[in-house]
Design a protein around this ligand. Structure first.
Ligand code: ZN
Length: 154
């Protein structure tokens, strides 16, 4: 499991968009976080002291809180030895798995304009939220490319 520490909410959100299933931990004391970790787990945190403690049990990626978002994400993916993905996999709202659905199945559930102008739709198996590659998709794709490019620096 990949855990993302409280102060890195934007990073947690973007990791999900880029294809990683993460658990965003809020309201945990440092001790509780360390106790939660098992070998093979990954913790992403901006707290260097917590990171040092976590490293006794699991893998920890330390992120400087004020670094640029694209730079931080490139550093995280490079540290994990994995590439970000553009295929919608997990629901940014609840972390559930996204499943591709036939257009006809969601006809009644999205605005008519969206239905007419888009081809690929996904549904979250957990919260049933429907996603499509709307206008925000271009922004996600260019961000993804930037992260890929920055990864070469690490
Ligand atoms: Zn969901």
């Amino acid at each position: 499991m990949i855990y993302v520490d409280e102060m890195l909410g934007t990073i947690a959100k973007w990791m999900v968009i880029l294809g990683k299933n993460v658990r965003y931990i809020r309201g945990f004391k440092d001790d509780e976080i360390v106790n939660l970790l098992k070998p093979g787990d990954i913790l992403i945190t901006a707290d260097s002291e917590l990171c040092n403690r976590a490293r006794k049990v699991a893998f920890c990626v330390f992120i400087k809180e004020r670094k640029r978002l694209d730079y931080s994400l490139a550093y995280i993916f490079a540290s994990l030895g994995e590439k970000p993905s553009l295929a919608p996999k997990f629901c940014p709202a609840c972390g559930g798995t996204l499943k591709k659905v036939k257009k006809s199945e969601i006809k009644e559930k999205v605005p008519k304009r969206v239905y007419t102008h888009h081809r690929d739709f996904y549904i979250c198996v957990k919260c049933r939220k429907i996603y499509w590659k709307g206008s925000h998709w271009k922004r996600i794709r260019s961000f993804y490319k930037r992260v890929l490019r920055l990864m070469k620096r690490f």
